[in-house]
Design a protein around this ligand. Structure first.
Ligand code: PGA
Length: 261
């Protein structure tokens, strides 16, 4: 696991955008997994700038979003469809048919989940998956649980997640209770993972994900078993890791297990 500690949100976002851009320069037809929420907003702005000012070309890029609320139409300002088009897709040269976001309005949600998972496989899997992290350690909408959910699935959102997301809605009753989310296996099959976290509210979740036991109670802790994870944090997000960790390579748990074998 590589961890970069940036001085602030802006620097974190530029670093993250550069990592995504590097992936696209190296493989123009990359399959990129995308996240929503407050965390990646400035990363998207920087990617739009790289497209407009430096010619970063998205014409062959394929994207898969991590999740979507169930029951919000695409035009609803709180849907992740709306967010992605508004913040990112409308400002770059991505082909509309290369954009994939789970359909939270599907009449058969179970089928939608199976189809989404199959589409990812048909595209050869995800090359680089961008993740935020919840205060409760969730990735995508994989909430703390007694087991790891594997493939794309329907989720009942945690009370904490509903409270956290209520800031975008007029009242908490409007926050959907259910969502479709890629599963832990979907995320773990991505060839590379890029996790972003800023602000001290995320510090404990980051700490547990890096140093805690690998447990579905902290879903992001499973990333310790992934071969290629880069975390880009700001100082707030990294504050429980300790200063000595800045820009440091941490052996992941897989390497440690292999070393013991
Ligand atoms: P945030 O959400 O970026 O809005 O903090 C991240 C997440 O819940 O995964």
């Amino acid at each position: 696991m590589r961890i970069y500690v940036s001085k602030d949100y802006e620097e974190m976002s530029k670093k993250a955008a550069n990592i995504v851009a590097a992936q696209i320069y190296l493989r123009p037809n990359s399959v990129i997994g995308l996240a929503t929420g407050s965390t990646p907003l400035l990363m998207y702005q920087e990617l739009v700038r790289l497209h407009k000012e430096e010619g970063l070309d998205f014409s062959e890029v394929v994207t898969f979003n991590l999740d979507e609320y169930i029951g919000l139409p695409e035009r609803d300002v709180n849907s992740y469809h709306y967010y992605m088009h508004n913040q990112f897709f409308n400002h770059i040269n991505i082909r509309r048919d290369n954009i994939h976001i789970p359909n939270g309005m599907a009449s058969n949600i179970d089928k939608e989940c199976v189809d989404y998972e199959r589409l990812i496989m048909v595209q050869g899997g995800i090359d680089l998956q961008v993740l935020g992290i919840g205060k409760n350690g969730h990735i995508g909408f994989n909430e703390p649980d007694v087991k790891f959910e594997t493939a794309t699935h329907r989720v009942k959102l945690d009370e904490e997640t509903i409270n956290a997301n209520a800031r975008f809605f007029q009242c908490i009753e409007q926050v959907p209770q259910y969502a479709i989310s890629m599963g832990i296996k979907t995320i773990m099959h991505a060839k590379k993972v890029l996790l972003l976290a800023n602000g001290s509210a995320k510090a404990e979740a980051v700490f547990k994900s890096v140093y805690g036991g690998i447990t579905p109670e902290t879903p992001a802790s499973i990333l310790q078993l992934h071969q290629d994870v880069t975390m880009v944090l700001d100082e707030g997000g990294a504050q429980m890791l300790g200063r000595s960790l800045a820009n440091y390579n941490i052996d992941n748990a897989l390497n440690r297990l292999q070393a013991q074998a």
